[in-house]
Ligand binder design. Sequence first.
Ligand SMILES: *[C@@H]1O[C@H](CO)[C@@H](O)[C@H](O)[C@H]1NC(C)=O
Length: 150
Amino acid sequence: MCENYVSFFSLFDFDSFSKFSFSASLGVILWFDVQAAEILEKEGISTEVINLRSIRPLDRSTINASVRKTNRLVTVEEGFPQHGVGAEICASVVEDSFGYLDAPVERITGADIPMPYAANLERMAVPQVEDIVRAAKRACYRAVPVAATA
Ligand SMILES: *[C@@H]1O[C@H](CO)[C@@H](O)[C@H](O)[C@H]1NC(C)=O
């Protein structure tokens, strides 16, 4: 069972994103997670999409329970890679359920650059469905790790 499960952590949900003063694209990340989950399901990888409603307080018990169930974790966020919410989630998993991880945590974030205006460049700067799918496959050892391709 564990081999085919991946945890996703989406940072914002449709109900709450209107409270943020950022763009509507924040809510898109959850939509991307759901789309990725549908693609992965067809390939025999079941996912739990966890829709965090807030980042402070952080729902550590839900994260903990999911990682202990699935033994894998992919975090998805639009923000910068360094010091982000994904990093905080990784730290909480190391503290609460490190021994349950069967694969390195995959952290999907926006690129570490100022957000470009051009639509084609913006697409390259924010997480896309295919990025999430690839990360989930890496977490299930069904794809080449990033380090091996570099
Ligand atoms: C994580 O889950 C285990 C097992 O259910 C539990 O004992 C522990 O208190 C949990 N930790 C947190 C931070 O939720």
